[in-house]
Design a protein around this ligand. Sequence first.
Ligand code: C2O
Ligand code: CU
Length: 705
Amino acid sequence: MSTAALIPLDRLLAILTAVVWCATAASRLTTPPKRSAATPRPSTPAEESTTALLPSTPPGRSTAASRLAASPEGSSGAATGRLVMGGAPITRGRASAVVFVAALVVTALRVAAAVVLAGRGWWFAGEKVLIALPLLVPPAVGAGVATLLRRPVLAAVCSLTACYAAVAGVVVVLAVGYPPAPYLAGVLVAGVLLGAAATWSMLTRKGPPGRAWRIAGALVAALALAWTGLSMWNARPTEVRLATGPTDLTTLRPADTTTQPTNAAAQPTDTTRQPTDATQQPADAGQGTAREAGQAGRMRRFTLTAEKGTITLASGRRVEALTFNGTSPGPAIRVRQGDLVEVRLRNHLADRGVTLHWHGYRVPNADDGVPGLTQDAVRPGGEFVYRFRASEPGSYWYHTHETPNEGLRQGLFGTFTVDPATPEGLDEPVALHTYGGTLTVTADKAPADGLARQVVAPGTKVRLRVVNTDNGPHTVGVSGTPYTIEAVDGVTVTGPPTTERAQLAAGGRYDLAFTMPDRPALLSVGLPNTGLLLTPGSGATPPEPVTPVLDITRYGSHGPAVPARFDREAAWVLDRLIALRGGLPLLSHTVNAEVWPHIPAQTVKQGEWLRITVVNRSGDLHPMHPHGHHVLVLSRNGVRAVPLWMDSFDVAPGEVWVVALHADNPGVWLAHCHELTHAAEGMTLHLAYEGVGSRYALGGHNHPE
Ligand code: C2O
Ligand code: CU
């Protein structure tokens, strides 16, 4: 069984263990001990064998357990111990025996799952081996042994203790997260042990619980309430300023992006963003000379106006959308390397703020479009000007970052392409976006909710810059001819021609290239009858590829050199836990067991190399995206990557990715899951350069998550 399947199974088993042990505990307290029943009745052989497994109270020893058990119907003779289920009477004794056996079996399965996960090097086996299982297994075994030895009180105490331990196990799995806070682990262990002691004392003493116990119980309840209240108060929504360093991030704009260049000679060199060697800059992978050639850039001005509208898909279907300049995707912005880009954003929406984030493009921090971090969201009627030099060629895209899970999904995005030279042949961005539940493909016309078609002469060089603007992955590939992946997330890669398909993470880009054959070629996107069909004029549509999916981290033969040493190490553990969001305990997507904006910042110093281990402890896929930087993928699940630069990478359940980030773009940057519902439910953190501060605050009108 795959790790991806084992993780949810492990969680399910944790919950199931708690259910069956609590049921067992309940049945221990309510099943009448057979031999102490008031009216003897003949037992069938089947019942005899069942009762062998059950607790029985030796005559003459009236305990709280037997009193509890006997209380409601203990003197009602033959009715005792019978339940009616589905019309057929079954003995309650048998039911409780079944529950008990189930509890033992589920516990054994739980141990087995933990052992298998540990055997696969799963990061989190430790928390089970150290906390959950040591608490659960001894009382479970104790309950079994006590039952065999016919020690009913001991069996009841053990069953109840197993119930407490199993519940603590659920808390560990669903709410504590990783790394487990030592005090929380301590509280859980103490709770289970105290519970066991209290249970023992209650079940063996005569008479009602003593005063000391009542006081202790009340004290524990009061403490728990106070703790919960205090944490909820601390997590209530407030304005938050994330970075308070002395350097205001808005001063980090390089000088040359704030003035219009008059001629090439007058342009200051963009020294902060020049590569020093091939290993350090993603844009340098093979296109260094183009960079210099492009320095004699022009000023390119664009205006994007956000407005509500209706767009018409290729089929004629009309969809309500949020648009830039009346279209969605918004205008394709395409510039030459070296151009100075100025984009004026206007907000003509009535009811929401908007910003522009340049996904994957390494803009100066103040142009990153993150409300509450790098600017205030542009309110209705307002505007904001973004200005930066297009020094890095490649395929990128832009989108609003104010409540992006709503704004972007409803249409506030477009493609952004930086050409190193005049494009040859057919070279176009292709955006994949789901409108109202329908996946569309946008190349040169309206979004196609079906097959988009273009006529291309055989022999033409084709480069399709596929952009995934959705929340989930798409499986892309070309059928009809082999193709190469020429760039990943805007950065050139070198790999062999393939016929396999490739999983494109949410937010990610692949440039797929081939020479047009004399028959049709299909860009497939993982759905039948959806994609971009290029035809030389005639010929049958090639079938959808059913070839396996290639591992992008191992595509190609060589990549940039890996730094020999790192200045910092970090681990980001992605999880699904109950956490306090806006002051309420909600099922959340967490990083290191915390939710936005309370996840501690990932700090770096300019010039450092940071190695990040990203571990997915949850059952969901997380396309992780750091702003302002690409990361160099070093390994995936312990297998060395080529390596390659990415800015959006899919971390599947149970996976461990090791990536390197070069801190060469100072500022305060977001890093988040690009499944934007996850980002909104907590999976957003920030990368903070030491000494850099932001004058903007989260909350109010600023919601980048
Ligand atoms: Cu497309 Cu914060 O990202
Ligand atoms: Cu996610």
